[in-house]
Design a protein around this ligand. Structure first.
Ligand SMILES: [Zn+2]
Length: 204
């Protein structure tokens, strides 16, 4: 796993160089007259603030950034790179009282077991995890109901998604269905998958 904290603080050319290994699972390094290819299949996790001061959207603190500064900051993540990040999750600031209270969530081991089961279901069905499905295989294994497809097409047209985004959302919906052990994709699965792409309305 590659974790990049403060994503917009990385040089743009460094971030753009990630596109090849993210897509192909390998990276080509060129030095003088020589070229070497290395395996580079990794899971990318990145974190960023909503604005340079980090307080935008926090009800308990004031953001001091101008709208231009916010746009410039978010714009450091290019559309094509954001497009390759499957899940965009907004994490609001947690009040101090909640931070010290005992967690009410599920233990990680329980979640990990559910994920392993969902992954096993995918591999049994199609011989590989959902993330590795080629476009033709997406059509075969991520079959959505007519209502679900209609919903996805409407969102895709509204947000101007690429074919890549469209297929990625179907694969995410497939994983959501696998997590609950369901065979067909329903509008609920598609809706949940779409929620994970909302952050993609980052300025171009
Ligand atoms: Zn701010």
């Amino acid at each position: 796993m590659l974790f990049l904290d403060e994503l917009p603080e990385f040089q743009r050319n460094v971030l753009e160089a990630l596109r090849e290994p993210l897509e192909a699972g390998r990276i080509t390094i060129s030095r003088a007259a020589r070229q070497a290819e290395f395996p580079a299949r990794f899971q990318l996790v990145a974190a960023m603030n909503p604005c340079p001061c980090g307080q935008r959207g926090n009800p308990r603190a004031a953001c001091r950034c101008t709208p231009e500064a916010v746009l410039r900051y978010q714009g450091r993540i290019s559309g094509p790179l954001a497009d390759r990040l499957d899940l965009h999750v907004e994490v609001p600031a947690v009040p101090e009282a909640e931070l010290v209270a005992p967690g009410a969530g599920e233990p990680s081991a329980v979640v990990a077991a559910r994920v392993a089961e969902a992954r096993a279901r995918a591999v049994e069905r199609q011989g590989k995890p959902n993330a590795d499905l080629e476009p033709g295989e997406v059509e075969r294994h991520c079959r959505a109901s007519a209502a679900a497809l209609e919903r996805l097409q409407a969102v895709s047209a509204k947000l101007g998604w690429s074919a890549r985004s469209f297929h990625r959302v179907l694969k995410i919906a497939r994983s959501i269905a696998d997590l609950s052990g369901e065979i067909d994709l329903t509008p609920a699965h598609v809706n949940e998958a779409v929620q994970y792409r909302r952050g993609l309305s980052l300025p171009a």
